[in-house]
Write a protein that binds this ligand. Sequence first.
Ligand code: IDP
Ligand code: MG
Length: 158
Amino acid sequence: MHTEERTFIAVKPDGVRRGLIGEILRRFEAKGYKIIGLKMLQVTNEQAAAHYAEHEGKPFYPRLIKYIQSGPIVAIALKGYNVVAGARHMMGATDPDKAEVGTMRADFAQVKEYNIVHGSDSVESAERELAIYFRPEELFEGAKSMSELVVESLDADY
Ligand code: IDP
Ligand code: MG
């Protein structure tokens, strides 16, 4: 049986600064993924360390931590079929010069230090990262789609 996944996306500080919040949200919405959580926030030291724990000790780690805290991010929780891999496909490779044209990183970024958007790399990472940035009650899993509401309104007994 196919099940829907959840993933964690962030418009990184350079994406926010560049005015790309709407464009990034637009692309994911147009794909058909459901936005179940959304907020702008300043990443704390604790959140940055937890988010990028796998990169601790790498040469670029100190700059990465500074970058993700260099301004507000927009945290996005998405839900959909195969959304973890699908969203990363839409974002493109880490290095914008290697990303396929048409992906967000290829279209809007130049270097991997400033690649505008983050997306979880597995279902396990997604659940871990969602918990860093969202409380359970901030994720609106059960929100009905417009088509469900339309059918309900047509079936209303009045
Ligand atoms: P991903 O974001 O495509 O999953 P990761 O390898 O998980 O890529 O790296 C996390 C983030 O760290 C990247 O998005 C990028 O901002 C930064 N980064 C990765 N590799 C380098 C590097 O070699 N130099 C500078 N920054 C890097
Ligand atoms: Mg990664």
